[in-house]
Design a protein around this ligand. Structure first.
Ligand SMILES: NC(=O)c1ccc[n+]([C@@H]2O[C@H](COP(=O)([O-])OP(=O)(O)OC[C@H]3O[C@@H](n4cnc5c(N)ncnc54)[C@H](OP(=O)(O)O)[C@@H]3O)[C@@H](O)[C@H]2O)c1
Length: 245
């Protein structure tokens, strides 16, 4: 069974079949997931809510966000998530996760940038350009996430993470997600927060260097998509080996 804690620290059971338990390594945070109505966003929202964080699903459409939050609460059998439009979600949160398509990454951030100051923005964006999503096609400047850090300036601490974590696994709460998370960012303290958040949802987050290194994580996703296709996997992931315990 998955056991976790709610924001008040009490135990929450969110599944009968699962094989692992979780605990909060950070203090509970208010996490907004922009594009939280989508596949990756819903997966992350579910996991963070189950781990005891307060999660707000953000959407361009507040009603769509509330409906998604209700559906996820139904899966958790507890009212742990709420929904609102992206702007309100960012205002209420201290950590924001961005899970929108690359084509709208910049405009989505621009629309909420006034409320981002002083906060941590975790960007899971992969610069995929359909239809050739299994081919690495990084932007000319390098990393899509680093470009967002440059656009926002130092007042927002941008951290890249979760690019290599499949929504398919995140949404299956009956199983631990079997992969590592490369965490890149220029602010070491913000990176440390995100490494802790990865631990809260049962994954090993690894400090992977400055925000420019996000290019490697972004590129890896196309390789994983290619591997998924060749080996008929629903979501290959990565593991870094030979680290001390
Ligand atoms: N899927 C994965 O396994 C996976 C894994 C790692 C990283 N990622 C990355 O996470 C991001 C989201 O991927 P996803 O698979 O979750 O995508 P998705 O299911 O298509 O969801 C994206 C969400 O973005 C929002 N959005 C805002 N503007 C949009 C527009 N013009 N067109 C479409 N959606 C728009 C939508 O929310 P509203 O309509 O509610 O605003 C939508 O629910 C991408 O950058 C992707 O590369 C995905």
């Amino acid at each position: 069974m998955i056991k976790s804690t709610d924001a008040g620290g009490s135990a929450v059971q969110v599944g009968a079949q699962s094989v692992y338990s979780q605990c909060i390594t950070n203090h509970p945070r208010i996490i907004a997931v922009l594009g939280g109505t989508g596949n990756e966003g819903q997966g992350l929202a579910l996991r963070f809510a189950a781990a005891g964080h307060r999660v707000i699903i953000g959407s361009r459409d507040a009603e769509k966000a509330r409906t998604a939050a209700q559906q996820l609460n139904g899966r958790l059998e507890r009212s742990l998530l709420e929904g609102s439009d992206n702007q309100a979600a960012v205002k209420a949160a201290d950590v924001i996760i961005l899970t929108v398509p690359y084509s709208v990454q910049r405009t989505t951030v621009e629309q909420v940038s006034a409320a981002l100051g002083g906060k941590i923005l975790i960007d899971a964006t992969v610069p995929l350009k359909p239809p050739k999503v299994s081919r690495v096609q990084l932007p000319e400047a390098g990393s899509a996430v680093a470009a967002i850090q440059r656009m926002l300036g130092e007042s927002v601490r941008v951290v890249s993470a979760f690019q290599n974590v499949s929504a398919h696994h995140l949404q299956d709460l009956d199983h631990a997600v079997d992969c590592d998370v490369l965490v890149c960012g220029d602010d070491v303290n913000a990176r440390e927060v995100v490494v802790g958040l990865c631990g809260d949802i049962g994954m090993r987050g690894l400090h992977a260097g400055p925000i420019d290194n996000s290019a490697a994580a972004e590129a890896l996703t196309s390789i994983l998509i290619s591997i998924n296709s060749r080996y008929k996997s629903a979501g290959a992931g990565i593991r870094i080996t030979n680290l001390p315990d």
